[in-house]
Design a binder for this molecule. Structure first.
Ligand code: 13P
Length: 253
């Protein structure tokens, strides 16, 4: 039996009332479902964390954030600290999403500090890695993934037991293009092998990139896929619930 993490990355979407609404629909949708082996995580924007934290009360839904600063406090205008996330009820934090790497120039040096801060504060980091279309076409996929994953070598095995990795091919994000199951299988196997070879450890590896209610079952059934990091389809309760259903169905078999 396999345990899944179904995570919604809401990105820069939804206002407070919409947040409360979506959460109440998800809560209602999972009410009578057997979700013991499926963790459900939502990562709303910072401004909605408090209302989301209230809305998930009395439900198994877990809260996470999409980013954070690595310092505990101080003169960092516009930033949010790990402690603030904990205070808002977060247990997870997405780090190194390709949109952060691309638009906000996040690099390995910064991500090492953010990972350290997450581990120090008992926040579970979801480290995103993935290649662009150009990199894939130039046969650079594994070189790029290696350069991104290599930062985990700054941490101990003990710390890495709390790490989640998300493979998100940049060309599949928000494009409606999904990686094929062969491509997903190949990369997830490579990630799993890398981590096992260096740390004798198995950690959850999520797939992200145009995952939806139609393709979820096939993707989640793929070897070494332990869940999904879902953007667009996590903003619609029917779709998100169907993805959760796909995971429930697989663990039930
Ligand atoms: P989409 O599901 O909208 O392609 O986004 C994926 C993603 O970036 C999740 O972090």
């Amino acid at each position: 039996m396999k345990k899944y993490l179904i995570a919604g990355n809401w990105k820069m979407n939804l206002l407070q009332a919409e947040t409360a609404n979506l959460i109440s629909q998800i809560k209602e949708g999972i009410q009578n479902k057997k979700i013991d082996d499926v963790d459900i995580l939502i990562c709303p924007p910072f401004t909605n964390l408090s209302i989301a934290n209230k809305a998930i009360e009395n439900s198994p839904i877990i809260l996470g954030a999409q980013n954070m600063h690595f310092m505990p406090k101080g003169a960092f205008t516009g930033e949010i600290s790990p402690e603030m996330l904990l205070d808002s009820g977060c247990r997870y934090v997405i780090l190194g999403h390709s949109e952060r790497r691309q638009y906000f120039k996040e690099d390995n040096e910064l991500l090492i500090k953010k990972l350290q801060a997450a581990f120090d504060n008992n926040l579970i980091p979801i480290l995103c890695i993935g290649e662009t279309l150009e990199e894939r076409q130039n046969n650079k996929t594994f070189e790029v993934l290696y350069n991104q994953i290599t930062i985990i070598h700054n941490f101990s095995r003990e710390q890495l037991t709390k790490l989640v990795i998300a493979y998100e091919p940049v060309w599949a994000i928000g494009t409606g293009l999904t990686a094929s199951t062969e491509q997903i299988k190949e990369v997830h196997q490579w990630i799993a092998d890398h981590i096992y070879a260096h740390f004798a450890l198995q950690i959850p590896i999520l797939y992200g990139g145009s995952m939806n209610d139609k393709n979820a079952k096939e993707i989640l059934s793929t070897e070494n896929v332990n869940g999904g990091l879902i953007g667009g389809a996590s903003l619609k309760s029917e779709q998100f619930l169907k993805i959760i259903d796909a995971a429930i169905e697989i663990v039930g078999n």
